[in-house]
Design a protein around this ligand. Structure first.
Ligand code: ZN
Length: 996
């Protein structure tokens, strides 16, 4: 007893240096030495912060710290106090004066405090108004989609500050694999007294809307997990909106609501009217009109909360008002190519000539819009002397004003052009523009669209991005709003990491950030650096011309380059050679990482990304081939392969599958391609058949079509090319002086596996030149007439009823060749498909055999001819066709967002709750360059779609997904849109499922 006592006294008094006496052990030698303490009424936020702290410390040291409520805190033990505890209050830590999302980290004796500006459920006025019904628990959510999350999370940010500074934790990408948590045995704090805040008071990287789609994810769970990991990653990089300065387009509903009663609020067009100009659905405002300001202020007051900003941004449109008051507010634009005084004349001329963007002749309207912001603000100051207002640098008010001066309470969202090819000129233009607005004295937000770029391809733009972001930060950037985070982590990882890391560290050199990223690959860090250098090189030399050529944009400017279509250009940039080099570099990295498991796992993550990119490129190329050939099977297979890969990797966090499929679905006719995959098996029949000429038309009488007919003495012929090109045909020509035209007979046999009972069996003929009659086992199954393109079309015959399973079947084809080449000249396939139990057919006159009976017509855009075609049919003798001869007027094209649109349609009564299927056969003329769409529409409820592009003259089945009827009516549409040329429809079928 005595010995112990002496020892302790000795230790306390003499053993430890004085400065260490104040230090606090959190973990010592892998053992927990402290407890995490949260307030008794701990909010969701503090619980999350405690969880994050506990998780990372355990990963680093192996020690799991306890989390307990303050009332149960251990006495005489080191504590980490999170959030608004009594202990923090007693220690005199005041959070009231903190900046939004700010925090205090402080060591006081054996107590370590991390406390922040936490405001749960304070979600801004938008949230309060629109989501009143949401449960408090949901409003408290710290993670989840951050897009509209205005919770303040200072305590959580204190924890992240601690983890980053003290434990050197880095978060390379969302999910566990992206976490870099260095191992240590001890965590000791000697001294800490810090008041901090995130670098930007308002920072957002949009993670919902276009980038958060259910489509593309096989498992909803994978989708959810991806989003949760991602939003946690954004928080870890301190994305938060401490102040709600978020306003969208202000006047979206104005025209509809008060266009008639108050036309004076709206733009005066050159023809003297005030209304939308017909080129864009969005009307612009008469911004010099004091009554308009009054209306805006009235609306602002209606929902007023202290500090609430006034939305004053145009309707996603150019300024267009030509009234004298608005025009008087402008400053002469030096960029105009004619005398400034004549701009109204030029604008009118362009307007009268129906020119799109006629208003470009007015020049830059930035001074006008700045004067409007100021006037509006002045009027609002009568109500709130600190009135704030949001405008935007965009459209024809994107350039800095020449004269106007603003103030800090005017917030300008600066929208640089969408870029995928970063170049010196774009960088310089950005800097000039940003500086110009800075000079006006406004508060600027950086609101770019460039993080939309790249689909899932390994593009890299970290360096030019960093330069731009650092420039904006140096020049007074108040906040950021990035649209959007597409989440392609396995291919664009370094760039995404730089964007995230700079959010809270705008001054950090980009090379340092990139090195942090590469460090995650341990011994392979140099090799991985080389791998991404390669992609940097590939991304660099993209020129406007290259992109424009690849996208076939022709005269259209590149600026609004559609990000949704980047994958269409991708094969031109990511060529096989470029991809192979990337693959090689990754193999080298793998070698360098031998034996290092975490490094190998991260390299395998990159490998999955590269494979994903490769499969996407292959699918796009197959789609291009399909566009040319009209044959969809290859594209169907490539997309199937891509989908199978995505399904296998969707839990790995390599990519946001939703945004990819959302983009792809706008181009690839997925419903058609997926219909094809329903074919359970395709077998190609042998290509050598028995053959006989029939110049005297005696075959039928002699029973050549019969099942049992003996054809041993017939010739052999190949069915992959016309007879004229084969020895048999050449022999005929040598003997008769001319090529053979007339009747000829083909015979072969085939077997079908007995497993096909209960299945549908079809024969798919590649092409027969010209007309033919077909028998299976002696039964006639098709009489196919001649038509203009019949010689080159594929067609199907249903033989389910006559086929003998497990036994030999005979197939006989009598070909009639009217002129030129003749015969079966493309392989014949056997399709075995699932038999369905959709038996009850609901349509009368489904194939136009009774002409137009029952079918209605409607052409909305463009010039169309509707006709019954008596020579072309999928089955029977007739089909319905529509031919587009001219596109709609420019105004109508803008209004309907397309070039042409017409339909056959009809309404059918159905039974709610029953399952239905809609399908129709369609073919297009060879040069048709639009889209064919079949729709089953439940009025005001749901729409089911199947589409195809040019079918190259082939008949193709369009089939919507099966659906359960909600209401008692279905309208079916057969549509031709956005293309000149003819579309035929035949054999429409709406059928009801018969219960078994
Ligand atoms: Zn005006």
């Amino acid at each position: 007893m005595k010995i112990y006592y002496c020892f302790i006294v000795f230790f306390l008094c003499f053993g430890i240096p004085a400065h260490l006496l104040k230090a606090m052990d959190i973990v010592r030698d892998g053992k927990p030495q402290a407890t995490i303490v949260i307030p008794d009424a701990g909010s969701e936020l503090v619980r999350e912060a405690a969880g994050e702290l506990q998780y990372h410390i355990q990963k680093a040291t192996g020690a799991k710290l306890l989390i307990i409520k303050e009332s149960f805190r251990p006495i005489n033990k080191s504590c980490i106090f999170l959030g608004a505890t009594k202990a923090a209050q007693e220690a005199g830590i005041n959070t009231k004066k903190l900046e939004p999302n700010g925090f205090v980290i402080k060591l006081v004796g054996e107590s370590f405090f991390m406390v922040g500006d936490d405001v749960s459920g304070r979600c801004g006025y938008r949230w309060n108004l629109r989501r009143k019904t949401k449960s408090p628990a949901k409003r408290e959510k710290v993670f989840g989609s951050l897009h509209a999350n205005w919770n303040r999370v200072g305590t959580l940010f204190a924890v992240y500050e601690f983890l980053e500074k003290h434990l050197s934790v880095r978060w390379l990408w969302p999910g566990k694999l992206g976490e870099l948590i260095p191992k240590t045995r001890d965590i000791v704090i000697a001294k800490w007294n810090q008041t901090g805040k995130p670098a930007l008071v308002h920072s957002r990287w949009r993670d919902s809307g276009h980038v958060n789609k259910k489509i593309g994810w096989k498992s909803p769970k994978a989708h959810m997990q991806f989003n949760e990991n991602q939003s946690k990653w954004l928080r870890r990089h301190r994305f938060a909106m401490g102040v709600n300065q978020d306003r969208g387009h202000t006047f979206v509903r104005y025209w509809k609501k008060i266009g008639k009663s108050h036309p004076e609020y709206f733009n005066l067009l050159p023809n003297g009217t005030r209304r939308p100009d017909g080129y864009s659905g969005n009307v612009a405002m008469c911004v010099s009109q004091p009554k308009l300001w009054k209306e805006i202020i009235r609306k602002w007051q209606e929902r007023y909360e202290p500090g609430q900003i006034i939305g004053a941004t145009e309707n996603d449109t150019n300024g267009k008002c030509t009234c004298s008051a608005c025009m008087a507010w402008d400053e002469p634009d030096p960029a105009l190519k004619f005398p400034y005084e004549q701009r109204l004349k030029y604008a009118k001329k362009a307007f009268d000539a129906n020119e799109v963007e006629w208003e470009s002749n007015l020049g830059s309207l930035s001074d006008r819009y700045c004067k409007y912001y100021l006037a509006l603000q002045k009027a609002a100051e009568k109500i709130d002397p600190n009135a704030m207002l949001q405008g935007v640098a965009y459209a024809n008010y994107v350039k800095p004003p020449l004269k106007a001066k603003l103030n800090k309470r005017i917030f300008i969202k600066n929208v640089p052009p969408y870029i995928i090819n970063w170049k010196k000129e774009t960088e310089q233009a950005f800097e000039k523009n940003w500086k110009g607005w800075e000079k006006t004295g406004c508060s600027q937000l950086l609101r770019p669209n460039y993080t939309f770029a790249g689909h899932n391809m390994p593009i890299a733009y970290a360096r030019p991005f960093a330069k731009q972001f650092a420039f904006a930060a140096k020049h007074g950037m108040w906040g950021s709003d990035f649209d959007s985070l597409t989440g392609q982590y396995a291919t664009q990882g370094p760039t995404l990491y730089v964007v995230a890391r700079m959010n809270n560290n705008p001054k950090m050199p980009v090379s340092q950030i990139l090195n942090e990223f590469y460090k995650g690959f341990g011994p392979a860090s140099e090799a991985v650096k080389n791998y991404f250098k390669h992609w940097e090189q590939v991304s660099k030399p993209l020129t406007d011309q290259q992109l424009a050529a690849a996208l076939n944009l022709k005269k259209r400017s590149l600026e609004p380059l559609p990000w949704r279509k980047f994958f269409l250009v991708a094969p031109k940039i990511f060529t096989p050679a470029v991809m192979a080099k990337g693959r090689n570099l990754l193999t080298q990295a793998k070698k360098a990482a031998t034996g290092d498991t975490p490094a190998l796992q991260r390299i395998s993550f990159l490998e999955k990304g590269l494979r994903h990119a490769k499969l996407t490129l292959a699918a796009q190329l197959a789609y291009e081939a399909y566009r040319k050939s009209g044959k969809p099977l290859g594209a169907s297979q490539a997309i199937r392969k891509l989908d199978a890969f995505r399904a296998s990797a969707e839990f790995d966090g390599i990519a946001n599958m939703g945004v990819l499929r959302y983009c792809e679905a706008r181009t690839w006719p997925l419903s058609l391609l997926k219909t094809l995959t329903r074919n359970q098996s395709i077998t190609t029949l042998p290509t050598v058949w028995k053959f006989m000429w029939d110049p005297d038309k005696q075959g039928l009488n002699k029973g050549w079509q019969a099942d049992k007919f003996d054809d041993k003495k017939w010739h052999n012929i190949n069915i992959t090319t016309q007879w004229e090109l084969q020895p048999l045909g050449k022999k005929w020509k040598a003997e008769h002086g001319t090529d053979y035209d007339g009747l000829a007979w083909y015979r072969t046999t085939f077997t079908v596996d007995p497993s096909a009972s209960n299945k549908r069996v079809n024969l798919l003929f590649g092409a027969v030149d010209d007309s033919c009659v077909i028998w299976v086992n002696g039964e006639q199954v098709l009489d196919r007439p001649h038509s203009k393109n019949s010689w080159q079309e594929s067609f199907e015959v249903d033989i389910t009823k006559v086929v003998r399973l497990g036994k030999t079947n005979t197939l006989v084809v009598r070909v009639k060749d009217k002129e030129c080449a003749g015969g079966i000249w493309k392989p014949v396939n056997l399709l075995v498909m699932k038999k369905d139990n959709f038996k009850k057919r609901l349509l009368t006159n489904p194939g136009f055999e009774s002409n137009r009976k029952g079918w209605k017509r409607h052409d909305r855009l463009g010039k169309f001819k509707f006709e019954i075609d008596r020579t072309v049919a999928h089955t029977g003798r007739k089909s319905g066709r529509m031919t587009c001869t001219a596109f709609g007027s420019p105004q109508k094209q803008r209004r309907y967002r397309g070039r042409s649109w017409a339909r056959w349609y009809r309404e059918i009564s159905v039974k709610p709750g029953r399952t239905y299927r809609f399908r129709v056969w369609a073919k297009t003329s060879v040069k048709f360059d639009g889209k064919v769409v079949a729709l089953a529409v439940e009025p005001h409820k749901k729409t089911y779609t199947a589409t195809t592009l040019n079918t190259n003259g082939n008949w193709i089945e369009l089939r919507t997904p099966d659906f359960k009827a909600i209401g008692d009516k279905i309208v079916i549409y057969l549509i031709s849109q956005n293309g000149l040329g003819t579309v035929w429809f035949d054999d429409a079928e709406l059928s009801e499922k018969v219960s078994e």
